[in-house]
Design a protein. Structure first.
Length: 94
């Protein structure tokens, strides 16, 4: 971490991640030739977790919800997205 963007960059300060940061100052897996050796495994695990959720649950958006967005690195909903998850009933024919 760079002291230009983070105060006391080598001190463990968990609360620092609650603060807003300049865009492009934090890369959790790093970049380039020295990127994280576990990055590919972490991405595969995340994809498996999402696939498992989609397989086992039905998701519905609140019909009265209206999108209010902000643009940072990507488009982000301001107040989140209200979603209801219901466990799927097992189909004995499958």
């Amino acid at each position: 971490m760079d002291s230009k963007y983070f105060s006391e960059p080598y001190k463990f300060k968990l609360d620092r991640w609650n603060e807003k940061h300049t865009q492009g100052t934090f890369f959790p897996f790093s970049l380039g030739a020295r990127d994280c050796i576990g990055k590919d495994l972490a991405m595969k695990e995340a994809k498996m977790a999402i696939a498992t959720l989609l397989k086992n649950f039905d998701f519905e958006f609140d019909p009265s919800w209206k999108l209010k967005k902000t643009t940072q690195l990507s488009v982000i909903p301001v107040n989140g997205v209200p979603v209801t998850a219901r466990r799927r009933v097992a189909n004995p024919q499958c």
